[in-house]
Structures are given as C-alpha cells and as structure tokens.
Design a protein around this ligand. Structure first.
Ligand SMILES: Cc1ncc(COP(=O)(O)O)c(C=O)c1O
Length: 418
C-alpha cells in the first residue's frame, strides 16, 4: 500500500507537523501490542497517549461494554440517568482522595479542566464574592480548549491564540524554585482576589514529565487554602495508578476541592471526562435560582458505554493482580533508572510509580521543540516500540500488563538508540 492508500487523503491527524508524519495503519491491538496492517507488532510503551492502562482489547472491559450494549447505548443526561453513570460516580467518590461529593461528567481531559475552571469562577459569582484571579504553574498543560489553554504555558502550542486567552498568574515551577514559588503564591493570595489554583499534581506531563515533590505541593495547597482559594487538581494524566498510588493527590496531606479526570478513566476504551467536586463547591449551585445553575453540558456526557468501560476498568485497577503488576513495574523502573544513569548520553533519569523519564543530552535546550524528537521517535519505531518523546525527553508510560521481558527489550533499544 502507498502512503496515500494507507492513510486516507481526507483525514487530518492531531499534532501532525506539516503532514510529514507517516501514519501507521493499525489493524488490531492485543495487550501491550499494536498490530499493523503489514504484520508488524509494536509495543505501545505510552499506552496510546496515556489512556490504555490494562492493555488493548482487555477481555473484561470488552465484555462489560458489550453487555451494556444489550441495554442502552446512549441517552440524554439532562433530566435522565442510568445505572452505569450512578455506579461510576459512586466508584469515583469511593476511591478519590479527600471527601469528594459530586461528579460532573463530560467527554475528555480538556472539558474536565474547562468545567473545573468554570465551576470555580461561578462558585465565587454565585457567592457574590469578587474573586476572579486564576493561578497556575509555569509549564502547565491542561488541554487545548480556550480556558484550558489560558491556564497552560504560554508560547509554544498557543502562540496564535494568546490574544484571546484570559489573564492568569503563573508561579515558577516549584522544584528548584521553592522559595520563590511559595512567595509568589503568598503575594497573590494576600490581595484577596484569587479564585482558584490549578495544577498537575507531582508531575507535569506534557511539559516533559517534570516531577516536583508532594512536600512542596502541600506547602502551596496550604497557603491557597488558608486564603480560601479553590484548589483544582488536574489528574487527567496522573490518575488511575500512574504515580504508584491510585491518584497523585494521595501523596499530599492537603486535598483539592476539585479533581479533573479523563484519559485512563475508561481504560482507554471510550472518551469520558469527569470533574469531581466537594460539597463546598456544590453548595454554591444548589437551589432553584436558574442564575445559580451550572448551565453547561456536553452531548455525550456520561455516555453509558463509556461509563460501563470505566466501571470495569476501575474494578481491574483495584484488583490484586493489577496492584501486583503496578508494584512490579515500579520496582523494575527503579532498576532501569539505575542502569540508565550509567549511560553517557542521558541525564535527569527519574521514575515514579509506572512512569519513567529521562532527557537525551544534546546542544539544544530541553523542550518540546527540541529537534531530537523526530529522530528518537523514528528510531524507536524502527525497533517496533511506540515512544513519543516530548522533544528530547523520552518517557515510558506503558499499560500495567507489560511484562519484565518487554521492559528489558525497551531498555536494550534505548541503549542502542541513544
Ligand atoms: C494534565 C492534562 N490535562 C488535560 C489534558 C487534556 O486532555 P484531552 O487531550 O483529553 O483533552 C491533558 C492531555 O494530555 C493532560 O495531560
């Protein structure tokens, strides 16, 4: 097949720089592997953009989705409800850190964060308190819609849209800038007009898997909460076991008021987002006043098939087998870290739970736009490994069913490629 035949001329792919990327035609997925049309077996070492935690075509999730198909594929979620959504809300409230009380469903990570921001802003409007300022961290990524872009790192992805983004105060990234970051937050909070603080807990994903400590985050949350600032944890990437615990916020003593979820929520089966809030937030929306209502909703909100997949994915996540796998990967990644640290061309090798990352040294700055990205991506693909480096940052975020032999194979490939 020619490239054109493989890749319909009518399809526009995301992040496809100048239409130069050759899109691999995937026919089938099995566990950690993607099978191409032309017979290659590729290791999905990034869980297809961080979603597929239990491997492709997990038999339990497939069964749960087909069972749900026998009853209801979709129904409007305004004025109607259904069992998979009710059960999923219960499941999430049960496993999320802190005391959360209400789940607002949507359909992806950007909508989950967009909704969190709107809820925080309307919370203060409903309470008639003039707090409007939003605080975020430098390097943040919360999605590609306008609100999400506004609280994300400026420049880079968002240059054409900057005139349209609302003002946000950005704190220096906490690790290595601890004192400055704390002082900055303290100063902003003292003005009394800060509505919300949004952050990716412990790891900034798209910024290049940048780690910062729970201790630092706890300090920031404490300051924010002392000033009644609404804390929004964007766990779209870190949720569902990635950092070792079920949610990164579990490492902290201070808990957020709002948690954003998506990505691994359905085990990579169907699009679903959730913005989960505590009663403090919800109480500002109660009552019969239409102007206090949260007038927001997406057509596929709480799609029953997606909810059924999510319920089964959570059941698997909490199973002994999955917990063992996560622990095994975590131990293996610690070993891998020590081995990688001995390689001359790598730096800043780090691991947390089921995530491992490092930078490949070169003369350019570490950034998403580092030109090594393309070479690394192609070299790993030639070895049948899907790793999608963020610039010169290479990271592993595999499905929890990956075995140690496959991790060893990836290690060997890294050694050869770098
Ligand atoms: C922390 C975080 N928030 C939000 C998003 C946006 O999610 P989506 O791509 O589903 O819109 C992402 C995506 O990478 C993310 O990493």
């Amino acid at each position: 097949l020619t490239k054109k035949e493989k890749d319909s001329a009518f399809v526009w792919h995301p992040f496809d720089v100048m239409n130069l990327e050759e899109n691999l035609f995937i026919k089938k997925g099995t566990g950690v592997f993607l099978h191409t049309q032309d017979g290659r077996k590729i290791i999905d070492a990034i869980s297809s953009w961080w979603v597929n935690i239990h491997g492709h075509r997990n038999s339990h999730i497939s069964k749960a989705v087909s069972k749900q198909l026998r009853y209801l594929e979709h129904v409007i979620f305004a004025g109607f409800t259904h069992e998979p959504a009710i059960r999923l809300a219960e499941n999430l409230i049960r496993i999320l850190p802190g005391k959360m009380d209400k789940v607002f469903f949507s359909d992806n990570g950007s909508t989950a964060t967009e909704i969190a921001l709107k809820l925080a802003i309307q919370y203060w409007a409903n309470n008639k308190v003039p707090k409007t300022k939003i605080i975020a961290l430098k390097g943040a990524y919360h999605g590609d819609t306008f609100g999400a872009m506004s609280v994300g790192e400026r420049g880079g992805f968002n240059i054409p849209f900057e005139p349209y983004l609302f003002d946000v105060e950005f704190l220096d990234f906490p690790e290595n800038n601890t004192e400055k970051c704390i002082l900055q937050l303290d100063e902003y909070c003292k003005n009394g007009d800060v509505a919300a603080f949004i952050y990716e807990p412990l790891i900034q994903g798209s910024a290049g898997m940048r780690f910062y400590s729970p201790l630092l985050l706890d300090k920031l949350l404490k300051i924010a909460q002392q000033h009644q600032v609404i804390c929004i944890a964007d766990e779209v990437m870190t949720g569902f076991g990635r950092t070792g615990k079920n949610f990164a916020s579990e490492y902290c003593t201070q808990k957020p008021d709002i948690i954003c979820l998506s990505k691994a929520l359905t085990g990579g089966y169907l699009p679903l987002g959730a913005t989960v809030v505590n009663n403090k937030i919800f109480s500002a929306f109660e009552g019969k006043d239409i102007h206090k209502t949260f007038l927001h909703g997406h057509t596929y909100t709480a799609n029953p098939l997606a909810c059924a997949a999510a319920n089964e994915s959570i059941r698997i996540l909490l199973s002994k087998e999955c917990l063992n796998n996560r622990e095994r990967i975590s131990t293996k990644f610690e070993e891998l870290k020590s081995a990688l640290e001995k390689l001359p061309n790598l730096e800043n090798t780090r691991t947390m739970g089921c995530i491992l990352a490092f930078e490949v040294k070169n003369s350019n700055d570490t950034s998403y736009f580092n030109p090594l990205r393309e070479r690394l991506y192609k070299s790993f693909l030639e070895k049948n490994i899907l790793l999608r480096p963020l610039g010169n940052t290479v990271y592993l975020m595999p499905p929890y069913v990956i075995d140690n032999k496959t991790i060893d194979y990836i290690y060997k490939a890294i050694k050869e490629v770098v």
